[in-house]
Design a protein around this ligand. Structure first.
Ligand code: CA
Length: 228
């Protein structure tokens, strides 16, 4: 049974979420504030977290940060904040998906199922070639580590996810839509501004000359391509 932790201070919405999730045979815990959420996260191991950003005692972003230190369970943010700044902050802190309130329960359930599939079925890695080396950096797909000039490069979960998809398709153009949908979720296929921001960050971290990338190549009007 999938365990979901609902972190939401709006009692009416929390109740609706709990009822709908239990009706679909999810096991549900509910927390009305950040402190309770962190206690429940430490005590149990939720498979998934639905998180409101506007909590009475702390910012939901801080809950994501605290959580990311110890768990890879998907976090779906539910927020009344619709600005792309808030979305980028939440996604960058380690959220997996973002829904703006009000949302439909059917869409929420569909995104939960998609998030479960993403965690349950990691793409298979042929164990002989999980190490990808370029003249600038090395990526270990199993250890999920990037090294450059004998140092570990710290990537955010979002940056890692993007890089991983490109690296698993060496020499092939991966469309912007596919990258957005795989990294941010089904509703994000048109958010090409997210990609520009994150590709620029990756290039700053990995390319010798970020303005003339040799490994993370833009395919004009199409998407991006990794070249070793
Ligand atoms: Ca709230």
């Amino acid at each position: 049974m999938t365990r979901v932790l609902v972190v939401e201070d709006d009692a009416q919405l929390a109740r609706a979420l709990v009822i709908n999730l239990q009706a679909r045979r999810y096991e549900v815990d509910a927390a009305p504030d950040g402190a309770t959420a962190l206690r429940l996260l430490a005590a149990g191991r939720p498979d998934m977290i639905l998180l409101d950003l506007g909590l009475p005692d702390m910012d939901g972003i801080d809950v994501i940060r605290a959580l990311r230190g110890r768990s890879r369970s998907p976090v779906l943010v539910l927020s009344a904040r619709s600005g792309s700044e808030d979305k980028i902050r939440a996604l960058d802190a380690g959220a997996d998906d973002y829904m703006t309130k009000p949302f439909s329960m059917d869409e929420l359930l569909a995104r939960l199922r998609a998030a479960t599939r993403r965690t349950e079925e990691p793409p298979p890695v042929p164990h002989t070639d999980h190490l990808i080396t370029t003249e600038e950096f090395t990526v270990d797909l199993v250890a999920m580590k990037v090294r450059r000039a004998d140092r570990d490069v710290r990537l955010t979960p979002t940056e890692w996810h993007l890089l991983e998809i490109l690296i698993r398709n060496p020499g092939k153009s991966v469309s912007r839509r596919r990258l957005l949908q795989e990294v941010w979720g089904p509703g994000y296929g048109g958010r090409t501004n997210y990609l520009r921001v994150y590709m620029a960050q990756l290039r700053r971290k990995l390319e010798r000359d970020p303005s003339h990338p040799r490994h993370l190549i833009t395919e004009p009007g199409m998407g991006y391509r990794f070249e070793a």
